[in-house]
Design a protein around this ligand. Sequence first.
Ligand code: NAD
Length: 276
Amino acid sequence: MIQTNSTVKRVAIIANHKFQSKKIANKLFTTLREDERFYLTKKSPDIVITIGGDGVLLSAFHTYENELDHVRFVGIHTGHLGFYTDYLEHQVDELITTLREDTGEKISYPVLQVSIALADGRRIRGLALNESTIKRIEKTMVADVLVHNVKLERFRGDGLLVATPTGSTAYNKSLGGAVLHPTIEALQLTEIASINNRVYRSIGSSMIVPKKDHIEVYPKKTGRYIVSVDNKTYTYKDIVKIEYQISPQKVHFVSTPWHTSFWQRVKDAFLGDLDR
Ligand code: NAD
């Protein structure tokens, strides 16, 4: 039965398989279970605590993607500071204090809505926190790319990626895409190994597409395609169209005093201390 007392926060704890993560999960479980302000449950939680890395948070996001309106996430990283994790493993007590003092404040970021139309008439929808990619399996992918109804190009190459602002620092960055501050509500369209020569031409650089515009990709060849949505991959035969836009929903995080500045995270993750 779902507990209805609105002053009690329903909390789910999700840890990866690491020994250290499980140890932290046990400590949190024991402490929060004895506190009448919290009710530990994986069913319809108000707060989801993830313990591990960015991958655990991505998985938790997908577990609760149909409940984004009322769920807030907060992550503890066992290892280096992650992009979606505010707390390090020695800061569990700080997290418990934050949860006890929590007034429901949140930090919200855009998520990506993906819609796939298949030749057999099926339409598949998904949400991505980081990005979605499309790649053709057997041969070069050839696809028409439309941005806000303008036929921009005929792309040839391995595939295309569309990233959210928070996902801009993940796979998108490895492909040479720009790092986008998560308060900028925009998508980023990035090429995966495009063929550019005197015969074939595509834009070549990443493009930042505003919230109001949608991106459509029309594969020109039949065959099998791999579509990824964050850490999940699917194989589809004969994709007619794949459409991307910013979702009307957002992902919410617990607003914590430990929420590091985005630029500090970028520096810590990719550069370190270079004042040498
Ligand atoms: P994972 O958890 O091992 O993640 C892979 C790496 O990406 C980790 O180091 C993780 O910390 C980092 N990462 C995840 N989200 C990030 C973000 N928003 N900003 C910066 N770094 C981030 O593997 P997984 O669970 O399969 O994660 C899937 C993610 O891996 C995908 O969403 C994609 O972004 C990323 N990925 C990256 C590459 C690449 O860089 N060449 C290739 C495939 C997938």
